[in-house]
Design a protein around this ligand. Structure first.
Ligand code: AHR
Length: 531
């Protein structure tokens, strides 16, 4: 948005995108795209006989920052609200999120984390201080604090991931927050937690030492942050049987020097290193592109940019491999997703954006990438959960709508904790002008019950795909599944029409003996169960 680190991020544009984007700026957007072409032919081998690592369920994680209408309105309405709620948390949103089996939830930021002081958010709500939200604007009432966040995690069945404050905090403040939440002793802070209504300590398995310390978290050099990280991490203690995984601030995009320095100086002190990468239709943070008005060129450029996630994961992982060949340190992609221009009439800092079929395709592609790199990627948190950036859910006071991205997370939840099954995919090209990307993306897994789950994205908006599929190492007798697609590239759910785009049952397959042929519609996300 606004800060120097955002500008830094924009340097990673490649020539490919310059070609792609040069066509974007022409006037005239076409939303509906012809689909009468011959199907693309592709082949897919699903290698059940070569099982890979377990896909960490936390790859399907979420992120909730004090930003715009995410916390206040999106999740928290207060106990006295006319919007039905349980202990202040709105029932409709919580019920919808439960369907996703959210494994882990990151809070309170983002940039906000480095200005947040946890003591502001405990005790009687009417006595809590009101503080400016210096990162995103407005005043935070602190009505949603530690107890409210951890109650939300319990309602969702999600593990808490708390992001500590390095930028404007101290190691002591961080150490005492962890003691307050997790100690079962009779220490003064554990007693204070009891006075504030929580007898039993919570488990807090993930704690991060700052956020984007190269940017909004303090504009630090990697060498300086590595030392600061080691100092702060020393004071992250385990109380009463809680075991905290310590997460260090990692890089963004192609800032490989940061990863090199952190791994060489601090790998032995961390359990995870983060990576942030946002998908913009352009490479320009001052003119990102519209969330809903786009045509073929913007679609292609967005997809091409999101596919770079794989390159970034592979190159950061290669650096991590040098210092951590056992892959003990997880790569935590704890911010990812689409980021568009502000909608006319919306607050500058609120980062509210609509969500279309294009976002669903972006989500499917990224989740396939994370699955395929499950040996190193141990967590990913889409930005963000409600009303901010690539959200699952949008609200307008008492109204709620589920986005296409929500449905992708619902369809893909079958991969959580399953064993990765490698796939060999030979896909045709999807080209616009000089720019070209593979038209299909896939990943597969096998769950504990032996069911095979195959997710396929046809990212070409113009051509369906006919995929000749072979499963090596298993015999397939039945195929069931769902498909998410629409006739319009920018199909979306609105408060007036909340059911425009939803998954439907998938029937586009032919199974003859061991030969499986899949017909995947243009611009669609498909998840199949093969038995
Ligand atoms: O997700 C919005 C912001 O993007 C986060 O606060 C920050 O970490 C990133 O720059």
């Amino acid at each position: 948005m606004h800060s120097p680190h955002m500008i830094l991020k924009s340097t990673s544009v490649s020539l490919l995108f310059v070609f792609a984007i040069s066509g974007l700026l022409r006037p005239g957007f076409a939303h509906a795209v012809g689909q009468n072409r011959e199907p693309n032919k592709a082949t897919l081998v699903v290698r059940v006989d070569q099982a890979g690592p377990v896909i960490n369920k936390n790859i399907y994680g979420q992120f909730a920052e004090h930003l715009g209408r995410l916390i206040y309105e999106g999740l928290w309405v207060g106990e006295d609200s006319p919007i039905p709620n349980t202990r202040g948390l709105r029932n409709d949103v919580v019920a919808a999120l439960k369907e996703l089996h959210v494994p882990v939830l990151r809070w309170p930021g983002g940039c906000f984390a480095d200005e947040y002081h946890w003591r502001d958010g405990i005790g009687p709500r009417d006595k809590r201080p009101r503080r400016p939200n210096a990162s995103w604007g407005g005043v935070d009432t602190n009505a949603f604090g530690t107890h409210e966040f951890l109650a939300l995690c319990e309602m969702l069945g999600a593990e808490p991931y708390i992001n500590g404050n390095v930028g404007s905090g101290t190691p002591q403040e961080m150490m005492e927050w962890i003691e307050y939440m997790t100690s079962d002793s009779d220490s003064t802070l554990a007693q204070l937690r009891r006075q504030n209504g929580r007898d039993k300590s919570w488990k807090v398995p993930y704690f991060a030492v700052g956020n984007e310390s190269w940017g909004c978290g303090g504009e630090m050099r990697p060498e300086y942050y590595a030392d600061e990280y080691r100092r702060y991490a020393t004071f992250i203690k385990n109380y009463s049987g809680n075991h905290v995984q310590k997460l260090a601030v990692g890089s963004h995009d192609d800032y490989y020097e940061w990863t090199e320095v952190l791994m060489s100086r601090a790998a032995g002190h961390m359990n995870g290193l983060s990576l942030h990468y946002y998908t913009l239709p352009t490479s320009d943070w001052s003119r990102k592109g519209s969330a809903i008005q786009f045509g073929d060129k913007e679609w292609h450029a967005t997809i091409a940019r999101t596919l770079r996630m794989e390159e970034f994961i592979e190159k950061h992982s290669a650096i991590m491999d040098k210092y951590d060949p056992q892959k003990r340190v997880g790569l935590m992609v704890d911010e990812w997703g689409t980021w568009y221009d502000r909608e006319p009439g919306r607050d500058m800092g609120a980062l509210y954006q609509q969500n279309t079929l294009r976002d669903a395709v972006v989500a499917g592609i990224n989740l396939n990438i994370f699955n395929r790199h499950a040996d190193r990627v141990q967590m990913a948190n889409i930005a963000q959960m409600v009303n901010v950036l690539q959200a699952m859910i949008l609200t307008d006071k008492e109204k709620m709508v589920l986005t296409p991205t929500y449905y992708v997370f619902k369809m893909y939840k079958v991969h959580q904790g399953a064993t990765l099954v490698p796939v060999d995919l030979t896909a045709p090209e999807y080209k616009v002008d000089q720019a070209s990307v593979p038209a299909l993306s896939a990943s597969a897994s096998r769950d504990k019950e032996g069911r095979l789950h195959l997710s396929i994205v046809n990212l070409d908006p113009n051509s369906s795909a006919e995929i000749s599929t072979r499963v090596s190492g298993a015999t397939i007798k039945s195929v069931t599944g769902e498909v998410l697609t629409a006739s319009q590239m920018n199909a979306m759910n609105t408060f007036e029409n909340p059911n425009t785009i939803k998954p439907t049952s998938f029937t586009g397959y032919k199974l003859q003996g061991s030969q499986l042929t899949l017909s995947i519609p243009a611009k669609s996300v498909v998840v199949l169960e093969l038995r």
